[in-house]
Ligand binder design. Structure first.
Ligand SMILES: Nc1ncnc2c1ncn2[C@@H]1O[C@H](COP(=O)(O)OP(=O)(O)O)[C@@H](O)[C@H]1O
Ligand SMILES: [Mg+2]
Length: 314
């Protein structure tokens, strides 16, 4: 049974600390003895650059089959030959940093374009949503890891939608200020709609659900880049009200009951940016990682019924 828990980290707002957080969380998960795979879905490949710097490989030296772009490129080219079976070798795709984080880079220098170019070549249809799911299914990549984390760009494409549908859970890092939190509710509604459209309302929703499984669950929101001691209690209360009003279900708190926001707050500290750019771990993310892992691990065990990387509640 595939054991990896797949977690999507996203927010349509850029610069809220998604990439920084995902890298730091991965370091702390590795420290806790977990096997972690990061998948960079961002065409700008910041996460890939941070990770590659810890492997001594340059982004522009990556071979064609050493980045995520290759998975989508093969998918696109193969469409012309429906009866053709191509088995992708996952080994060249997965790199490992000196600290023991595994990752699949995205490559802006890829011959047939960055992930945004490839996303445009994919059609806005069910079949193309399956590119990543089919790769997961055939490569059994989930068997090799405890956690697979997706770093998402602030855009909504067939590539991000496919990764979202494939995920078991998602997390939203956000700056807690009036303008930024509005985006959180909008984000949750958008991802809910993607699931509703493909796996509930579509004519082939039975097939879609058989391949993608249940709707990814919102694990929670965490506050990033908090400046000084500014108090945003009202904003936070408004956010919770909005989430309740929108009937958004979320995570159980480790102490029971529902809560939307993780306890740990990540402050805006120069050293966090600097350390991450150098690939180093910062202690600020230790508690947050613990909270996230506790939340995930107390979730009901899901069992695989079909072979599609799909999970159903027992
Ligand atoms: N806690 C933090 N304190 C200070 N700077 C941070 C912190 N988190 C992220 N940054 C910086 O803020 C910028 C945006 O962060 P990043 O993780 O790239 O966000 P995103 O992936 O959401 O676009 C980067 O320059 C990063 O170094
Ligand atoms: Mg980013």
């Amino acid at each position: 049974m595939p054991k990896a828990r797949k977690v999507f980290v996203g927010n349509y707002k850029g610069g809220v600390g998604k990439t920084t957080s995902i890298y730091q969380i991965a370091l702390h998960m590795v420290e806790a003895g977990k096997k972690v795979l990061l998948i960079d879905l961002d065409p700008q490949c910041s996460l890939s650059e941070i990770c590659l710097a810890r492997t001594n490989i340059d982004l522009d030296k990556l071979k064609e089959n050493e980045c995520l772009n290759y998975v989508y490129d093969i998918w696109l080219q193969k469409k012309e030959y429906p009866s053709l079976h191509v088995t992708l070798d996952k080994k060249p795709l997965i790199k490992e940093t000196d600290e023991g984080i595994h990752f699949i880079p995205s490559n802006i220098f890829y011959r047939r374009g960055g992930l945004d170019d490839l996303a445009q070549m994919l059609k806005d249809e069910f079949y193309d949503l399956l590119a990543l799911q089919q790769f997961f299914q055939s490569s059994h990549i989930e068997d090799d890891f405890d956690y697979i984390l997706f770093d998402c760009p602030p855009s909504n494409t067939i590539i991000t939608q496919g990764a979202f549908l494939l995920s078991d859970y998602y997390i939203i890092p956000s700056i807690i200020q009036t303008m930024s939190v509005r985006g959180v509710v909008h984000y949750i509604k958008t991802v809910d709609k993607i699931y509703q459209t493909q796996c509930v309302d579509a004519e082939n929703s039975t097939l879609a659900k058989a391949l993608f499984g249940e709707k990814p669950e919102l694990l929670g929101i965490f506050e990033t880049l908090k400046k000084g001691t500014a108090n945003y209690d009202t904003v936070m209360n408004d956010l919770k009200k909005d989430l309740t009003k929108a009937k958004i279900e979320t995570l159980l708190s480790p102490i029971g009951g529902e809560k939307y926001v993780f306890d740990t707050v990540i402050h805006n500290y120069e050293h966090i940016a600097r350390a991450t750019a150098n690939g180093q771990k910062v202690e600020e993310y230790k508690e947050l990682t613990k909270e996230i892992m506790i939340c995930i691990e107390q979730k009901p065990i899901k069992t695989l019924i079909y072979s599609g990387g799909k999970r159903w509640l027992k």
